[in-house]
Design a protein around this ligand. Structure first.
Ligand SMILES: Cc1cc2nc3c(=O)[nH]c(=O)nc-3n(C[C@H](O)[C@H](O)[C@H](O)COP(=O)(O)O)c2cc1C
Length: 165
């Protein structure tokens, strides 16, 4: 079973969760940014797990990322804006009959869900969900991840691999 864990991540929290999920799935899984998960990287993939941060109560939009770029100097940690938004990656994803799962990183109390939006769009592209949309929690606006979230992500990855059997 070939799997990719695709992420949009500007301060590293979602990328760290993606790597932990890939580790939990097993050696056949790779964590890739939206810039890396294109073309050849998508061929022969049985499971796509896709994740993004919840920003402004939703899956980040292009205009939000422009705003983040404009205000980058004020952020305590410089944002990584080197890869496309998950929305853009989903727009370009070819239709296929694979399996999928989705996750987000977020503050615990916030309304909105990036993961549900991702899963809905993966379903619209023909991918069948193997799990409910999953959330992983950060302690503050820019992180860090709450204690235990990396372990929970790894365990979720193992559950996804089990569900694919
Ligand atoms: C500009 C901005 C807006 C945010 N908006 C929300 C939000 O609406 N809801 C929420 O739960 N978290 C929000 N957060 C927290 C992020 O979702 C959280 O830090 C996430 O883990 C960032 O992911 P990344 O490090 O992979 O970029 C926001 C953070 C920033 C910097």
């Amino acid at each position: 079973m070939q799997a990719i864990v695709v992420y949009e991540s500007h301060w590293g929290n979602t990328a760290a969760i993606a790597r932990a999920i890939a580790e939990g799935i097993g050696p056949e899984a790779r964590a890739l940014s939206t810039a890396e998960a294109t073309g050849e990287a998508l061929s022969g993939v049985d499971l796509i797990v896709a994740g993004a941060p919840l920003l402004g109560f939703s899956l980040p939009t292009e205009s939000m990322l422009k705003g983040i770029a404009a205000n980058a100097a004020r952020d305590p940690v410089a944002p990584d804006l080197s890869h496309p938004a998950m929305r853009v990656w989903l727009d370009a994803l070819p239709k296929a009959a694979g399996r999928a799962a989705a996750f987000e990183t977020r503050i615990w109390w916030s309304p909105g869900s990036a993961a549900k939006a991702i899963l809905g769009r993966l379903e619209a592209a023909g991918y069948r969900p193997v799990a409910k949309a999953q959330r992983f929690i950060v302690q503050g606006k820019y992180g860090p991840l709450r204690d235990g979230e990396l372990g929970r992500a790894k365990a979720w990855g193992a559950q996804l691999a089990q569900a694919m059997k």
